[in-house]
Design a protein around this ligand. Structure first.
Ligand code: F6R
Length: 608
């Protein structure tokens, strides 16, 4: 999510740091900062907005030094601002951080009780205070950092400077990436290889639970337990553009593969397995939510498909009446809204003009607004009464993938949260739903492992001119999403239909030329969907079935079977989505389209 760089050597650190951060600009960020050792102390420059602003600041108030750290921030805790930008200082310690510290509120309260004061709203600042407490009590930087990482819960990577150790940086990694770049009389630390590729290709990859002490001529690796680690560097052959894509050919493919981690980041800190409940701190004051008489879901495009699944969750899990509308339609009709209605808006960017207008309409008419967004402090997030953030990280490819599956993750959590507060979900019921969610990332991982088989299917059907996608119930929106993904990135015409609607018209389209993608989970409507599939077969349609229950019977009917692991019916939409994303990607790639920037599309639609 955020970008990290560190430098120890003989050259002008601030220049190298800013250049490195520029190589990470593609990831998206809202503020930036650098810190260097200068004349016996640490100088920090930070600012809101683009790196140009930081460069301007550095021209006006230059900092010297040959050792330093730099950071671009994508806000998670606390809005984008200069105060919340990294690096964060406490006493003699300065820290940059990627990831999320789940127990930061607890740690912050304990630090406050010990007399510490804070100058930001971030989770990061607690790390600098904790390490400072230990160095103040006489520990060296490595030991102090090691003892603090044991107190942190969540996913993080950090790089730390200590005013009394001006020749070194200490890095630690729990889940988000950290690499060490090896140079001649200089060494580098980074969250991503592109940041340091201009200087070195000899890279040491830190594993989870490892630390590095980095000086200009030495890198010492150890585990959080203090055991030494011996590892040979690898030489990476990536060109700068491939490196930005993490070695994948396109951002879209990278983002499809990031989904297990994005789902983990989105549910982290929000599930209370032992209490069989969901904790959404952001809703602490939103008692109107559980009291709502009705929910209206509103969004555009892929986020609208998430709304359709969300309606199902809220009706099925929380027994609350729910309806769904396109934001563009909602704003142009005369909706009936009152204080018993909660408008749930979903938007990856938080800037979509129609969705924003829907928020304004709802607020004018007295309804409460709950937003589900990926971009902290975006316009929609600011205007809503409450926000739940997906923690998908920046989505760069225009077509939405990881934002969608993390939206479904939040909606599932929301369903359980509301159901528990309305007293309509038993503790064992909630426990079972939560356990299935915990298993979801590894199930998504298993779907991704079938990539090569899906690529073959894509090549076989890649010349088709039209596709039909069929799904029923909670998986009807997934049929819509599969069709949308295919048409937007491959420019192949595709229609998503509720399977039961097929015989009311679209069946006329079916012939030997048209591949029909059927979503066929073994759920309550399996037999009905199977009958629809047989209707397609008898008209010569080429059936690609996506199912958690492959069987000899299906082999007789379907041309291709794309299996997914099984789960509870509410999580199958996530699992069925993954093969459809890969199918769309590989068909687009086969047809040679501009996968990451499809024609006529923009990432954020800020016009009506
Ligand atoms: C499709 C896609 C779009 C967006 C839609 C809403 O892959 O990305 O359909 O989902 O434009 O955008 P947000 O979620 O930013 O409001």
């Amino acid at each position: 999510m955020c970008g990290i760089i560190g430098y120890v050597g003989d050259r002008d650190a601030s220049f190298i740091l800013v250049q490195g951060l520029k190589r990470l600009e593609y990831r998206g960020y809202d503020s930036a900062g650098v810190a260097t050792f200068q004349d016996g102390s640490i100088a920090i420059r930070r600012c809101l907005g683009k790196l140009e602003n930081l460069e301007r600041l550095l021209r006006e108030a230059p900092i010297s030094g040959t050792v330093g750290i730099g950071h671009t921030r994508w806000a998670t805790h606390g809005r984008p601002s200069e105060q919340n930008a990294h690096p964060h200082r406490a006493g003699k310690i300065v820290v940059i951080h990627n990831g999320i510290i789940e127990n930061y509120l607890e740690l912050r309260a304990a630090l406050a009780d010990r007399g510490r004061t804070f100058s930001s709203e971030t989770d990061t600042e607690v790390i600098s205070h904790l390490i400072d407490e230990r160095v103040q009590s006489g520990q060296d930087l490595v030991h102090a950092t090691r003892s603090v990482v044991h107190e942190l819960e969540g996913s993080f990577s950090i790089v730390v400077m200590h005013e009394d150790s001006p020749d070194r940086l200490v890095a630690a990694k729990s889940a988000t990436p950290i690499v060490i770049g090896l140079g001649e009389n200089e060494n580098f630390v980074a969250s991503d290889i592109p940041a340091i590729l201009d200087h070195t290709r000899r890279i040491l990859f830190l594993e989870d639970g490892e630390m590095a002490e980095v000086t200009r001529d030495r890198v010492t690796l150890s585990t959080f337990a203090g055991d030494p680690v011996a590892r040979e560097p690898r030489t990476v052959a990536w060109d700068p553009v491939t490196a930005q894509k993490g070695g994948y050919r396109h951002f879209l493919l990278k983002e499809i593969h990031e989904q297990p981690q994005a789902i983990i980041d989105t549910m982290r800190g929000r599930i209370l397995q032992e209490q069989s409940d969901v904790s959404l701190d952001e809703l602490a004051k939103a008692d109107w939510l559980a009291q709502a008489r009705r929910m209206v879901f509103v969004a555009c495009g892929t986020a609208w498909h998430a709304c359709l699944v969300g309606k199902y969750f809220l009706e099925h899990i929380a027994r609350i009446p729910a309806e769904v509308d396109y934001a563009s339609e909602f704003r142009s009709r005369d909706p009936v809204l009152d204080e018993g209605t909660v408008l749930v808006v979903i938007s990856q960017s938080g800037e979509t003009a129609d969705t924003l207008a829907a928020v304004e309409t709802a607020r004018e008419r007295g309804a409460k607004v709950l937003a589900i967004c990926n971009v902290v402090d975006s316009s929609i997030a600011r205007k809503a009464d409450a926000v739940i953030y997906t923690h998908a990280g920046p989505e760069i490819s225009v077509a939405s993938t990881k934002a969608f599956t993390t939206q479904l993750t939040v909606l599932y959590l929301l369903g359980i949260y509301v159901a528990r507060r309305r007293g309509v979900l038993s503790e064992p019921g909630a426990h079972a739903l939560i356990q299935d969610l915990v298993n979801l990332p590894s199930h998504v991982e298993q779907c991704l492992k079938r990539e090569r088989a899906i690529e073959k299917v894509a090549k076989k059907y890649g010349n088709a001119r039209d596709f039909l996608y069929l799904g029923r119930g909670i998986n009807f929106p997934i049929a819509l999403e599969g069709a949308l993904k295919l048409k937007e990135i491959s420019y192949v015409h595709a229609e998503g239909y509720a399977a039961g609607e097929m015989k009311h018209g679209p069946i006329a389209l079916i012939n030997e030329e048209v591949p029909v993608v059927v979503l066929l989970p073994k759920d309550a409507v399996y037999q009905k969907s199977l009958s629809n599939m047989k209707e397609v077969e008898s008209r010569g349609g080429r059936i690609i079935v996506v199912t958690d229950a492959p069987s000899p019977e299906l082999e007789d009917i379907a041309w291709e079977i794309l299996p997914v692991p099984t789960s509870n019916p509410c999580l199958l939409p996530v699992l069925l989505t993954i093969p459809l994303q890969l199918l769309a990607y590989y068909i687009a790639d086969y047809r040679g389209t501009d996968v990451d920037q499809p024609r006529n599309l923009a990432k954020s639609v800020t016009v009506e």
